[in-house]
Every structure is written in structure tokens, then in C-alpha cells.
Design a protein around this ligand. Sequence first.
Ligand SMILES: NC(=O)c1ccc[n+]([C@@H]2O[C@H](COP(=O)([O-])OP(=O)(O)OC[C@H]3O[C@@H](n4cnc5c(N)ncnc54)[C@H](OP(=O)(O)O)[C@@H]3O)[C@@H](O)[C@H]2O)c1
Length: 308
Amino acid sequence: MRKGPNALLSRRNFLIHTAFCAAAPFLPTSAFGQAAYPARPIPKTGERLPVVGLGSTKAVSQLAERGTAGFKLLLRTLLDGGGTVVDTWSRNAALDRLTGEALQAEGMVKDLFLATKVDAVGAKAGRAMLDRTRRLFGKTSDLIQVISLRDLETQWPILKEWQTAGKARYIGATVSSDYDHEAMMHFMRGERPDFIQVNYSVVETQAESGVLPLAADLGIAVLVNRPFMNGSYFSRVRGVSLPEWAVKFDCRSWAQFSLKYILANPAVTCVLTETTQPKHLLENLGTAHGRFPDAETRRRMREVIEFI
Ligand SMILES: NC(=O)c1ccc[n+]([C@@H]2O[C@H](COP(=O)([O-])OP(=O)(O)OC[C@H]3O[C@@H](n4cnc5c(N)ncnc54)[C@H](OP(=O)(O)O)[C@@H]3O)[C@@H](O)[C@H]2O)c1
């Protein structure tokens, strides 16, 4: 028998409820109250962004093989859990159509803060990618970033042009390797972008002595990538007990250990966590509630990780 929309809706609610139950041990009691989800201001405008977002690379890479249901559920979970920020980018027309279908399901895209990227070399290819993103994702991007500073000399002037034309609310650039931090800081000083994106975690701490203080000085919003080093962090801590003192800053898992460390830095606007699992997303979103480690505790956290 064909399922009606109500049956699909209740299945979706059932899946989100199941994910919420699975994530419940990782959520402090304050997460169950009515308080607004923790958010931080974008320095340029004061607009507030929820502090945990979704990196979509893994979920999008599964779309062709598995269909859009899983990604739609993740986006619904993000919104229901208090988040709005989703980071994605255009790959090819076929995949972009599926991404756009998921983003636009139930009108979700209008409630999302859509961060996209240009990943092209040459003006023609860059403009074509931006046009395709705008056409297929169903919304003017809230933020467009030059990915990994690639072809910056060509793509950055195009992003400035797009912003002036009202086709991007904010613009910026990304890096995801310590090696690129010097080049990023040179770009930040010269161009004062609205946003930057940088790798930062309890393992990869280099940004806290360079990119992050500079962003705070210049009033640039910061998205963080690689909070779990694309998953290798979990291999490193597997089988190791979480320190007992982690409860003092409301940390209940190794995932939250890295996220609490990242969010304790006031220069960070939002951390992107990539996942395909709603229960992981809720656990990550839950990190924003409760207390954060102070400077001495963060030193101990780095020490713990160094010795694992
Ligand atoms: N140059 C660039 O612009 C650039 C480069 C890298 C990344 N990024 C952005 O940053 C985002 C995230 O960074 P990343 O790729 O480095 O990924 P990441 O967030 O560091 O790690 C993702 C991995 O962690 C696992 N995971 C997530 N939450 C978990 C939890 N609570 N418990 C256990 N496992 C968990 C995921 O597996 P499950 O699916 O099983 O949860 C996945 O394998 C990307 O999606 C992208 O948006 C940008």
C-alpha cells in the first residue's frame, strides 16, 4: 500500500525521536528546556548564528547511491535541534539537483543559513559554478566562500561582485590545513572578508595563536572545520576513558570534548560537524549547552590528547 504524507511525516518524527533518545545521555538537562539555542554574533552585522552547524560533505557524497531521505532527515534534525548553519558546495549538476531537492524539502532551505563555496579555476568556471549553485539549491547563498583559497585572485573579485549584486549576503574563504594559515592571514589583513573558515580542534590547535586572534581583532566571523579531523580523532581516542573531570564542563563524550574545546574560544562563531547520523548531530548540537572549560582546563585537555 502507498504511504500518505502523514505516514511519512510520522515516520520522520519517529526517526528524529529515536535519534533524540539515543543522544539523550549526551545532552545536559538545560538542553531540554525552552531556552533559545546558544548563538554568537557575526561581527559585521550582529546577526546571530547557532554555534554548531552541519558539514555536509559525507552526507552529500551518499546522495547518488542512497537517495535524499537521509540528508533530509539530517537537515530536519539540525533545525529541530536548534541549528541552522549548513556548509556545502556544488559538485556537478546531477548531485546538485539532489542536494537542492533535500535543501528545499518542506521549505527547510528558508530556515537554513546556507554556506556554499566556489571550487573552480578561471572566471568562466567560477561563474558557472556560482550560477548552478544559485539555480539548484533554491536560495541565494547566505555565505559564499573561496574553497581552500583556490584561484583566489580570480574568484575573490567575482564574489565581491556577487555580493554587490545581492547574490551573496556574506563572502569569505576557507582553509583546512595548518600549512595554509599564513596565506589565510595575509588574505584576512588585505581583504577583511566577512567570514573565514579554518581547521581547529583539541588536536589541531595552531589557529589559536594566529588565525583566531587575528579574526577577533579584525571583526571577522569564523567557521571551524575538521573538529574531529574528518573522523581520525575517534580512532585516536577509541578505548580510552573520558577524564572524570570532563563532567565539570558538562562534557559527556569524546566528540563533545573536542567541541567544548573549540567553542571555549570566543573568536569562534560556529563549528561545523560533519555527520551522516542524526544521533551524532544531536550529540554535537548538545555541546553548546552548559559550561565550557577555562584556560587551565583547556591546557589539561591538550595534555590528555598529546599523551593518547
Ligand atoms: N577546505 C574546506 O573548505 C574544507 C575542508 C574540510 C572540511 N570542510 C568543512 O568542514 C566540515 C566538517 O569537517 P571534516 O570533514 O573535517 O569532518 P569532521 O566533522 O572533523 O569529522 C567527520 C567524521 O566524524 C564522525 N562524527 C561526527 N560526529 C560524531 C559523533 N558525535 N560521534 C562519533 N563520530 C562522529 C562522522 O561520522 P558519522 O557520519 O558516523 O557521524 C565523520 O566520519 C565538512 O563537511 C565541510 O563542510 C571544509
